[in-house]
Write a new protein. Structure first.
Length: 502
């Protein structure tokens, strides 16, 4: 089936596709810039950095209450954990040293915040050791850093003065920090609060923003020439950079200044407006309203153009809220995840009601091969820009085939067939379907562009054969190929929504 009837229509399709590819890049870059700004605003507002950093108070602190507040949710060694309202209680079973790992969302800066403060309660005297480790370096151990007194504990350790076992250098940027208590058998240590402090004010006020490098490859040399920056510099990133470049710059600059704040050209920090995301009650209310709307549409189906567009928007709203709304991977994804599941159920109900369905899982064998044509292009892309293969586990490949089948059923069997009814040209239906598929991968800019191109082709294949399984197989194969050979070069990761920023 031809998706354009004249050369002029084909030219218009090509220009529209090019514009959409550029729009995907700009959208991903804008969302990433907004995320970096919001994250910096949030730090300034919720951690009160303007006040606390001036007095040396920490951007890094822990208040463990339940086992999951620690790495792996357990102690490494012969010790048991018990949750408590005032603090997490760790009880030694045999008197041997055990380790507890502090959760780190990003590297921490022990060079500028070298004072470790520990508050809690000990059931008996003991000894505290420390372990720190930087990526790709051996672990550094201070086995007997400070005695633990019985009763109330209020320890302040200067990490610069501890007897770290060689060949460790002075504390700096650190990726792992563990406590290693040694308590008598049966004795408990309750941890109320752990924090890092600075002996000096690590923040300049007002907050001057300094232009950062424009390419990740320039960061190492730039950092060597700017060692006099404060511990919490405000670094300005280029507005022309892609989402992948912005995050690569953030990650590499954090290797030198873990507490750095980031803004993008044309923006500025707004510490007074660094509000948290919408409260959970509001999100649940939106989810309940959305579910009620789907139920109403399901019980009162209507015909006509306006009803068709209403149904289509309702189908897409839940998935787009979860992914493009940056809820997947956020602190509270449950309302959006429920809306996503409800949208799938509504789509299944609408498909069951629509007879005949107008699609099939399997078509003639000749229908399989055109859907697989993006694979050779993917192999060529890996050969030109990729890296050594990192093949997925067989179980992961089988799981992804099911996930690909679900996505293509939603995009082609549900969304595109409805678009065909209400738009005049097949090419417009193809483009709109591809846009919806790309938005389901927001804000991963490079992945959005690849998905836009691939779905245009697969939508055309679906127009010709109405067979879903060959397209799902091609989708899964291409995704696994990209994951095996392009992640780390062309793509930052295969993650979408808020998980892309990790």
């Amino acid at each position: 089936m031809r998706i354009w009837r004249t050369p002029l229509a084909a030219l218009g399709f090509g220009l529209a596709l090019l514009a959409l590819l550029l729009a995907a890049r700009l959208l991903a870059s804008s969302i990433t810039a907004a995320h970096l700004l919001h994250h910096s605003d949030h730090l300034l507002a919720t951690l009160h950095l303007l006040a606390t950093l001036q007095s040396g108070e920490p951007p890094w602190h822990w208040e463990p209450r339940v086992p999951d507040d620690l790495i792996a949710g357990r102690a490494f060694g012969a010790a048991d954990l018990a949750a408590g309202r005032n603090g997490l209680r760790i009880t030694s079973r045999d008197g041997s040293p055990y380790q507890i790992g502090l959760r780190l969302a990003q590297p921490i800066d022990l060079a500028h915040w070298p004072r470790l403060v520990i508050r809690g309660h000990a059931g008996a005297p003991g000894m505290l050791g420390l372990i720190r480790q930087t990526e790709d370096q051996p672990a550094c151990l201070a086995p007997d850093a400070v005695p633990i007194p019985a009763g109330n504990v209020a320890l302040i350790l200067d990490l610069r003065t501890l007897a770290w076992q060689s060949p460790c250098g002075p504390p700096g940027v650190t990726d792992m920090l563990r406590l290693q208590p040694r308590m008598p058998a049966g004795a408990s240590l309750r941890l109320d609060r752990i924090a890092l402090r600075s002996p000096v004010a690590p923040l300049h006020s007002p907050l001057p923003a300094m232009a950062a490098p424009t390419e990740p490859s320039q960061v190492q040399r730039w950092a060597a020439n700017h060692r006099d920056l404060p511990a919490t510099p405000v670094l300005r990133l280029p507005s022309s950079a892609s989402a992948e470049t912005l995050l690569a710059l953030r990650d590499q600059l954090r290797r030198h200044w873990p507490a750095a704040l980031f803004v993008v050209d044309g923006h500025r920090l707004r510490p007074a407006s660094g509000q948290s995301a919408a409260p959970a009650a509001f999100a649940w209310a939106c989810s309940a309203l959305y579910l009620a709307g789907l139920l109403w549409l399901g019980l009162r189906p209507r015909q006509g153009r306006a009803a068709g567009w209403t149904e289509l928007v309702a189908l897409l709203l839940g998935p787009l809220w979860l992914v493009a709304g940056l809820q997947w991977g956020s602190a509270h994804p449950q309302p959006a995840a429920l809306a996503f599941a409800a949208a799938l159920l509504y789509a299944a109900q609408a498909e069951w009601r629509a007879q005949p369905q107008g699609w099939r899982w399997l078509g003639p064998w000749r229908a399989t091969w055109p859907a697989l044509w993006p694979l050779p292009l993917g192999l060529a892309l890996v050969a030109l820009l990729g890296h050594d293969w990192h093949l997925p586990r067989p179980g992961a490949a089988a799981t992804y085939l099911l996930w690909a089948a679900l996505q293509q059923w939603l995009m082609l069997a549900v969304v595109m067939r409805r678009l065909e009814r209400w738009v005049a040209a097949p090419g417009v239906a193809v483009l709109l379907t591809a846009v919806a598929f790309a938005l389901m991968h927001t804000p991963n800019g490079a992945l959005m562009q690849l998905c836009l191109l691939a779905e245009c082709w697969w939508a055309w294949c679906f127009l010709r054969t109405r067979a879903l399984l060959p397209i799902a197989m091609a989708h899964a194969a291409c995704a696994l190929l990209v994951q095996a050979g392009l992640v780390g070069t062309v793509l930052r990761s295969m993650e979408v929504s808020a998980r892309f920023f990790l």
